[in-house]
Design a protein around this ligand. Sequence first.
Ligand SMILES: Nc1ncnc2c1ncn2[C@@H]1O[C@H](COP(=O)(O)OP(=O)(O)OP(=O)(O)O)[C@@H](O)[C@H]1O
Length: 345
Amino acid sequence: MSGALQVELDVADRDVRLALRIEPGETVALLGPNGAGKSTLLGVVAGALRDGASRVALGDRSLADGTTWVAPYDRGIGLLAQDALLFPHLSVAANVAFGPQAHGVRRAEARRLAEAWLERVGCTDLRRRKPGQLSGGQAQRVAIARALAADPAVLLLDEPMAALDVDARPALRQLLREVLRDRTAVIATHDVLDALLLADRVVVLEGGRVVEDGPTTEVLARPRSAFAARVAGLNLVAGQWASGVLVGERSVSGSAHDGLVDGDDAVAAFRPSAVSVYAEAPAGSPRNAWPVTVTAIEPSADQIRVLAGRLSALVTPQAAAELRLAPGSEVVFVVKANEVEIYPR
Ligand SMILES: Nc1ncnc2c1ncn2[C@@H]1O[C@H](COP(=O)(O)OP(=O)(O)OP(=O)(O)O)[C@@H](O)[C@H]1O
């Protein structure tokens, strides 16, 4: 462990000014709209962007300040970009062995490390190929192996799934879950699922400033900033997986991901717009029908947000009027199981 990553950004010509401290082993998701400053932050930390007024330190080692400037390859910081950026003329195995070799590891040992990482990311069979012969998802797996083979103290990920087909994302996300566990990492993303599944903590940037910073489930369930509210505001129910159902504050049925087994800690996520509100439980009893007491009613764009404790539903103003919704109303929240995703935590 190399100690906390401390960043003080002051990039005047981009109007990005913020301070952030990331503890060893912590994975932080950076969320924010286009132009918020995510890439600027990663660039300064990685050393791709040189800016005299910003400071970066890892533990008690300064990587950049008014007088110090450590070159990117010497920082102990790995960067995984949107595109895999592999060396096109080297084989997959040589790409992965490159980092360790560049840091003085002997050739045979670097090859052995490369083989171990390729196995870890499920790409052993691809070791002799050239990057041009890989799919986007395969190339990104190899890039993960390459970044981790260099044993970075901190891994930065800049929208690592953005260039992939939607179909290729869940498997890569699962791999990242495994390799990021207990690692110090910062992942810039537009996708709230990345934050939910990969990060302990969410930092929201807007206009070059930190506007929100907190534990992932708190920020996603009860966002305070405008951006986080737009992308998140998810209903999250934590519990344990038991016989095909999540059992927590409520029992929740949904589509379960990636080999959940009984007893696993899990979280169910669904959008407020997927929740229907009824005066009484509808006939045919859908699997997710929860009697609740309304705690608050709030306008939300052209809809009404109905809060019931930690849960929320979005309904039309007409529906709210017909149901005479008010704090204290007893209603039933209904969510189709296919609108609910259940993930390991
Ligand atoms: N190469 C550059 N030169 C000057 N200004 C830049 C440059 N790249 C970005 N900026 C500006 O810096 C600010 C922060 O942008 P940045 O690229 O860090 O945002 P981002 O959160 O990564 O956005 P996106 O989600 O679009 O990647 C914006 O005002 C942007 O216009």
